[in-house]
Each structure stands twice: as structure tokens, then as C-alpha cells.
Design a protein around this ligand. Structure first.
Ligand SMILES: *Cc1c(COP(=O)(O)O)cnc(C)c1O
Length: 237
């Protein structure tokens, strides 16, 4: 099943509209929010079609899958975001092939990214993934350990510490969604008050990006609202 260009164009236009409306509603310019099209599991042809429809930023969760697709999309003007979990022994492809990594959650990962980032590329933009509530199997640094991690990452060469990222526990309650996003914003503000200069909040997905924008998201990561529902992982569907 290949996503049709008409379906993609309509979804992209609708998501862009919703982003603009959510931003303007809280007095922010629409351009203050970057749409990251989360293209995991989508074939390269679909990513290339989204690129020709004007999507510039793509989020991938699996390193090799993302790198394979990059060859099908013009490099110039395209920004590749790695948003999957990172094992410390598999950082090199992320350091070499991506522009951003949103999921740095421990010093060892950051140190390896810094030493592996090629010197001829711009610094790797980094967000620290914060685990707002303990959840088994989910990555992220706890709020208590965040200041020390930010201190380490902020001091590393070849990395540009840009902001915080979260994947809140799933909930359809907009008040709870809002509390999680607000918490991430407050953590960012506290780091900035302590001398950091974080200008990004990577938060909000298909089901909650409008709430995230209301709380200050600068990067929303939207998959299914653009590309349609993904096949269940693990081949169950
Ligand atoms: C899959 C994924 C998304 C996009 O999710 P949708 O609900 O399809 O928009 C965003 N962020 C991360 C980290 C993801 O893994």
C-alpha cells in the first residue's frame, strides 16, 4: 500500500493549518513551530513525495532505515531528525548522518556523539529526552538528573544543546497532556535561568500537538496525521 500524493498533500495542508491556528491562538507566529514529519516505517518514495510537497524536516526512529531513505531525498534543504532510542554502542550513524538527535538521555551517549561527529559538519543539534514519569522501557533522563546532564552536554564540543524533548505517558485527557508539556517548558526555563540557552521544546505528536504548541512547543513530531496509520510494529498487522 503506497500513500497517494493527494492523500499526503491534503494531510500536510491540514496539519500545517492546525499548527498555524494553534500558534496564532497563543500569540505565536506560525513559523515559530517546526513540523517534523515522522516517517518511520514509510517507504523512501513516500518521504520523497512529502519532500516535494514542501516538507523539509523528517523524523526517523531506526538508524539504518532512516539512512537508507536519505539517499532518495535531496540533501540540500532537508533536515534529518533522529528521534529513536539510542544505544551507546550505536551512536556513530546518528552522529554522521543526522542533523539533530532528540533522544540524548545520558552522558555516555552524548560523549560518543560528540567524539563521532565529523569535524566538517555543523555541530549536531541535540535535545535531551526527559522522562516526566517513570515508565518501564522508555528512555529519558529524570527531572532530578536533568541539570547535571545538561551541564555535561553543554560542555561537549561538536554538539549544540538546543532543548528538551518528551514523549509523555499516553493520555487523551487534554488537561493531563497540558500538564506534561507545561512541566517540560518549566524544566527548560529553569535550565535557562541557570545559564543555559535552550531555544527548543520538541513535544507534541499527532494526537496532542495543538496542546503542545499552546505550551510552547517549537518542534512537533507528527507521523500518522500526515502519513496515515502505521502498520503495527512486529508484523502483527
Ligand atoms: C512515532 C513517533 C512520533 C509520531 O507519532 P504519531 O502519533 O504518529 O504522530 C513522534 N515522536 C516519536 C518519538 C515517535 O516515536
Amino acid at each position: 500500500m503506497l500513500t497517494s500524493p493527494q492523500f499526503l498533500a491534503a494531510n500536510l495542508a491540514s496539519v500545517r493549518n492546525r499548527i498555524a491556528r494553534a500558534a496564532v491562538a497563543v500569540g505565536r507566529p506560525a513559523q515559530s513551530v517546526t513540523l517534523i514529519a515522522v516517517s518511520k516505517t514509510q517507504p523512501g518514495e513516500v518521504v520523497a513525495a512529502a519532500r516535494s510537497l514542501g516538507a523539509t524536516d523528517f523524523g526517523e526512529n531506526y538508524l539504518q532505515e532512516g539512512i537508507d531513505k536519505q539517499g532518495l531525498v535531496p540533501r540540500v534543504g532537508t533536515v534529518w531528525h533522529y528521534i529513536g532510542q539510542l544505544q551507546a554502542n550505536k551512536t556513530r550513524p546518528a552522529a554522521v548522518h543526522f542533523d539533530w538527535v532528540h533522544t540524548v538521555d545520558r552522558p555516555r551517549v552524548a560523549e560518543r556523539l560528540a567524539s563521532q561527529r565529523p569535524a566538517d559538519l555543523p555541530p549536531l543539534a541535540v535535545c535531551l529526552q526527559v522522562l516526566l514519569e517513570p515508565e518501564p522501557g522508555k528512555g529519558g533522563v529524570g527531572p532530578d538528573d536533568l541539570p547535571s546532564l545538561a551541564g555535561v552536554v553543554g560542555g561537549l564540543p561538536r554538539l549544540a544543546l538546543r532543548g528538551l524533548m518528551c514523549i509523555p505517558p499516553p493520555t487523551t485527557d487534554p488537561d493531563r497532556q497540558r500538564r506534561y508539556f507545561r512541566q517540560l517548558r518549566e524544566l527548560r526555563d529553569e535550565l535557562n535561568a541557570a545559564g543555559h540557552r535552550l531555544d527548543c521544546l520538541s513535544m507534541g505528536m499527532s494526537d496532542d500537538f495543538e496542546v503542545a504548541i499552546a505550551e510552547g512547543a517549537t518542534h512537533v513530531r507528527v507521523g500518522s496525521a500526515i502519513f496515515g496509520a502505521r502498520p503495527a510494529k512486529g508484523g502483527a498487522a
